[in-house]
Every structure is written in structure tokens, then in C-alpha cells.
Design a protein around this ligand. Sequence first.
Ligand SMILES: *Cc1c(COP(=O)(O)O)cnc(C)c1O
Length: 377
Amino acid sequence: MKPIQMVDTKSQYLKKKTEIDAAIHDVLDSAAYINGKPVQDFTAALNAYHGSGFTVPCANGTDALQIAMMALGLEPGDEVITPSFTYIATTEVVALLRLKPVFVEVDARTFCIEPAAIRKAITSRTKAIVPVHLYGHAAPMEEIMQIAKEHGLYVIEDNAQAIGCDYTFSDGTVKKTGTIGHIGCTSFYPSKNLGAYGDGGAIFTNDQTLAHKMKMIANHGQEKRYYHDLVGCNSRLDSIQAAVLNIKLKELDNYIAARRAAASFYSNAFANNAKITTPFVAPYSNHVYHQYTLTLNGVDRDALNVYLADKKIPSMIYYPVPGHRQKVFEAFGLDNYHLEITDWLTERVISLPMHTELDEEQLNYIATETLNFINNN
Ligand SMILES: *Cc1c(COP(=O)(O)O)cnc(C)c1O
């Protein structure tokens, strides 16, 4: 059996090696390392994949979120509602810009922000909501957009884990996650569903003025070289990464299908086990399985993690400490938070290996060993 990895970017690369190596060499030959043709080509291709609107490439997913918040003109002290149960990048940029993160609950089944909790957290200082499509499943965007409309708030989607996910509205309209809010942000970190071989990110919006502003912010606030109209930053997707992404974007839907096949193998194996809750897929979303995450009931999760490691099966806890328990946010009055579902999930979730290259022998071994531990402990 091939060694099992949490994410196997190498095997995936080898399948496209000839094409990718050639594309990288083209960039080397062109010497247009920054803003070369691959950047423009990839930006256009990603925009087409999403259907319409405007795409601004940038250096990584964290910058994408930061640039989005800068472009919306949020000011120090403005409140931004976001789930506590997410990766630090989502909430870190809020604090970095001297805005106030307001952590709210998630739905225990979808792991995504809970609309009723958003409503309760709104104050006169609330300016924006940042839903996260965690693990590759959409947050309930229709309701979130409705809340935002009622209260005049901005919505920035953190789509770093869900590129390619489809959201179905109650009237049957289907849109890609990341294209529904005022701004959508994504990451091309190597382990993401569309991963580069280094860092990368992109921002999406349907608003041309906002797109223009974000493009300027990502480029030192300039439109005309050396004339700086806005406070910006330096956040570029480099040509080599864009060349790689351009090839991999064509495979994205195949990659998603491979992830779904692996997830479906796992979910069949774990069906009807009272101690295991497999990923839920809400009627409004499909799942792109950035992670395949179980919620365990009456199982020593950390002992399972150790048991699997002993069997050479990696597993991960995403994430061991939620936002409202992070030291970095202590200044925001964390003692006032009582996020029982978030705490409950934090103790019970475990993510199994999930990538495009898992074969049936590996999946069978992982499922069998997981069940071995759970049924005997
Ligand atoms: C990966 C990730 C980010 C940040 O992306 P980087 O490219 O690593 O900066 C933001 N939010 C979520 C939910 C992520 O998973």
C-alpha cells in the first residue's frame, strides 16, 4: 500500500508533471515573474469558472480577506461578525485592521455560521459578516444575505476551503460560493482544493467599483505607477503560481469528484455507527470536501488520533482552539462568550486523510482501523 498522507500534493503533481514543468519553464524563459501573461490568463479563467463578475488575484487567502475589509472602508472599532469555529486567518485580519471580531456559533451539523446567532450579535456598530464555508460546505448564504440587507451590512465570504462548491437558492438559482456576498475570498495554499506550489489567493466581487479599488489596494494603492491614492499593500500572485493554477483549474471539477468519491467511501463505511456522525450535506449546498471531518460521540478522540498515527494513518483536529479561546483575542472580552456548540465540536471533531489521490486500498484500511478503535473502546 502507498504510504497514507493527509494531503498528497506530490502524486497529484506527477500526473500533470509534463504540462506543469513546461508551464513553469515558460515563465522562467519569459522572465516576466511578476504580473506576466499567466497571471492575466488565470485571472480570466477563474472569473469564467465563477460565471461572471470580477476577480483580483493576490498573494494569499489571508491578504484577500484583509484587502476586502480595507476596500469596504471598515474603520477601527467597527464590529465584524464571524464564526469562532474557523481557521485563525479569518479573524486575525479583523483584529489586524483594529476592527472588532464578534464570534458567533455555528450549526453543529454543517460547522458553518448560524443565522440566528448572527441576528443576536448585531449592534449599531456591526458593519460586516464573514461567513466561512468550512471544510468545503456552504454557509447558509441566502439567509445571511437577507440579514445583511435588513441591517445594511457587508458580507465577505471566506471561501478558502470551498472553491467550486455550488449553492442553491430557494428559487432554484445556483451560484458558486464566493460569488454570493459583496466580496468572496479564496486561497491557493498548496493543500487547498485548488492549490498552487507556493502561496496564492484571489478576491471576487460582482461590483466593478469595488474590484477596481481592491486591485489598487493590492498594488500599493496605485492605479498610475508611483501615484498612490489609497493606503494599500503589496499582494501579488506571481507568474509561476498562476501558470500552475491555470493548468490545475481545468482539473478542479475532476479533483472535486475524486474528493467526493473518497468521502462517499468513508461515509458508507461509517454509516449507522452510533458513535460517528459523518459530514452532513444541507439541501442548499453540495460538498467539495476540503476536509472529511467526523464528529465523534462517546469516543476518546485524542486516543483515536494516537491510535491512527500508530497505524501510520494521519488524522488532524481542525481546529484545536476556537477563536473565542485564543489568547490573541483576549482584549476583546472573551470571558463574555458562551459558545457551547463551538466548544462541543472542538472536543469531538477529527479529520481523516482527504485528497484527490486516495485509492480504495488506503480508504479501506483507514476506515477499518478507525472502526476497529471506535468499536473496541
Ligand atoms: C487557508 C485559509 C485561509 C487563509 O489562506 P492563506 O492562503 O493560507 O493565507 C483563510 N481562511 C480559511 C478558512 C482557510 O482555510
